[in-house]
Design a protein around this ligand. Structure first.
Ligand SMILES: Cc1ncc(COP(=O)(O)O)c(C=O)c1O
Length: 392
């Protein structure tokens, strides 16, 4: 990669990201191309942000059409694409109404404010999970159960309690009449694809019903067919009160959403919350095109089949002593290595032409575009085997 480009980035951009040494200029489906024209298999989908694949023709067409017509006009006025995307979300989920925002963290913030307002001043506490991730803004960071990410920014929003993803008893002790919301992911992605136990998810639903707290499901990473069904809560067999969406909702264009069940659909009233850019015609037109692609049952079946193939392959690496543990739900997979070599593994994969990411010193995560084909999955597994064998 061009060293001058990295130097310009270092000189002009705050150093908040550990970037891989590659400069992408084009994408198509599950493939990316660097400035030298080399092809890579994208096994990250922009951290599950482009489930439809790069430059999906329907998303490109929708963006081009909408960009030539009306890009944004604020929420002081009505626009057709925003209403259409809200109607699509509510027709395809438990939700009755949607608040649009621009990112995952903003969706978590919106859900937190909605929960606090529903708590009418007496319910001010929130229960979330250790290792969970909900974003980097102050409210979202307060929900995020990762002390290392929180410490430099203390004090955060007060009244947030964290319990382990398998600790049903801990959850029972933490939720009470002061709790306005229980925030959960169905699978914790950022920490290395760790599914939350079904027992805890179901108990969370019961406790929310018993105490009047809202059950808020963060589907920012798991949603929109990433795990197979359109939303991961469907497989967990529960109905959320509120759901957070972002990432793939815009087919790559920034957008987020807070989706509320009928009981909570009108909690936020004029003046309570807002965002200038949110729900723009451009983002919503792209989003509607992406969502229509992702709602195809054949694509969801493909996700289950490709996810099974990827997980089987990762498990074979474990069986052969090349890795310690493999986990997966649909096309959301991770592998724990025997040694702290995740960074070297990701670099080795990049050299082979595959993108993955290290969520910790020992864990490598894969979130490919959902349109990825069998040949690319098999090629990834072959490359991973070579890389792990070489690392020893
Ligand atoms: C589950 C979950 N919630 C929230 C977020 C925050 O989303 P954003 O980066 O768009 O703010 C992420 C991002 O990775 C996520 O995975």
């Amino acid at each position: 990669m061009d060293e001058q480009l990295a130097a310009r980035a270092a000189a002009a951009i705050m150093p908040t990201y550990g970037r891989q040494p590659v400069h992408f200029v084009r994408g198509e489906g599950a493939h990316l191309f660097d400035a030298a024209g080399r092809r890579y298999v994208d096994c990250m989908a922009g951290i599950s942000m482009i489930n439809v694949g790069h430059c999906h023709p329907r998303v490109v067409e929708a963006i081009q059409r909408q960009a030539g017509q009306l890009i944004n006009v604020s929420n002081l006025y009505y626009t057709e694409p925003q209403i259409q995307l809200a109607e699509w979300i509510t027709a395809n989920s438990f939700g009755e109404k949607v608040f649009f925002c621009n990112s995952g963290a903003e969706a978590a913030e919106g859900a937190l404010k909605l929960s606090r307002k529903a708590g009418e001043g007496t319910r001010t506490e929130v229960v979330a999970l250790d290792d969970g991730f909900h974003g980097r803004t102050f409210g979202a960071l307060s929900l995020t159960g990762q002390p290392g990410k929180q410490e430099p920014f203390l004090p955060l929003v007060s009244g947030v309690h964290h319990v382990d993803r398998d600790d049903v008893e801990g959850l029972e002790m933490a939720v009470n009449e002061r709790t306005c919301a229980i925030f959960l992911e169905i699978v914790q992605g950022e920490i290395g694809v760790k599914p939350v136990s079904d027992a805890l998810i179901r108990r969370a639903r019961e406790l929310a019903d018993e105490t009047g707290a809202l059950l808020v499901i963060d589907e920012i990473q798991t949603g929109l067919a990433r795990t197979g069904p359109l939303f991961a809560y469907e497989d967990a067999g529960i109905r959320p009160d509120v759901m957070c969406l972002a990432k793939s909702l815009g087919g790559g264009v920034p957008i987020g959403a807070v989706v509320a069940a009928p009981e909570y659909a009108d909690v936020l009233q004029p003046g309570d919350h807002g965002s200038t850019f949110a729900g723009s015609p451009l983002a919503c037109a792209a989003g509607l095109a992406a969502c229509e692609v992702l709602a195809d049952p054949a694509l969801q079946e493909h996700v289950r089949a490709m996810g099974r193939r990827l997980l089987d392959g990762l498990e074979a690496l474990v069986a052969d002593g090349l890795a310690a543990e493999a986990r997966g739900r649909g096309l959301m997979c991770a592998i724990d290595l025997e040694k702290m070599q995740a960074e070297q593994c990701v670099s080795g994969l990049l050299a082979e032409g595959f993108l993955g990411n290290n969520t910790s010193a020992r864990t490598v995560r894969f979130l490919p575009p959902l349109v990825i084909g069998q040949d690319d999955i098999d090629a990834l597994l072959d490359a991973l085997r070579r890389v792990l064998t070489a690392l020893g």
